[in-house]
Ligand binder design. Sequence first.
Ligand code: SF4
Length: 213
Amino acid sequence: MKKVEELINELSKCYDGEKGSLDFETPFELLVAVMLSAQCTDARVNIVTKDLFKVANTPEQFANMKISDIEKLVSSISFYKNKSKHIKEASQQIIEKYGGEVPTEMEDLVTLAGVGRKTANVVMLEAFNKCEGIAVDTHALRLSQRFGLSKEDDPSKVEQDLLKKIPKKYWPLMNHLFVYHGRAICSAQNPKCDECTVKKYCKYVSKPHEKGA
Ligand code: SF4
């Protein structure tokens, strides 16, 4: 436990773990942005949503759009067809089941089309200031393995390992620190281990052939 806290403190010196990097004004805008961000960079999503939200930024507006019109607005995003379909379906669900407001409970959020625990964790934390867990994206998954915090490959199992090993007071920070370190230094293929300030906590650096490579 002490080592995990040291690792988190070291990472906190390098990154502002208090906030995420998606631009939004309302919980619904954040929901849409997080849905678009799967397997896409936040920078690209911010470019797209800047124009997208001028055309539509409420559940009613998206529910009334044709999927093909949503697709045109987000076509530079990976998997845009599926994501457009999910945004329209989730908008309809929000209107029909939740009175037009993004639900504020985890168990309701994950019932929306295209919304898994990762997306719901981000929305809970950043829109409603409620930290229910740790969002495990590709960066968090890879770094969890490299720091020996999980041997799992399934994001929800990795999250359960993290929640057991990381004290709850650090969960909000941990929604961002692994992501930022993964983007800046610890990439999947060419991690910059020479520049890494937390290499003494890393199991991968001495055994790159093992899980997490
Ligand atoms: S030492 Fe290398 S592999 Fe380990 S966390 Fe740092 S950058 Fe990543």
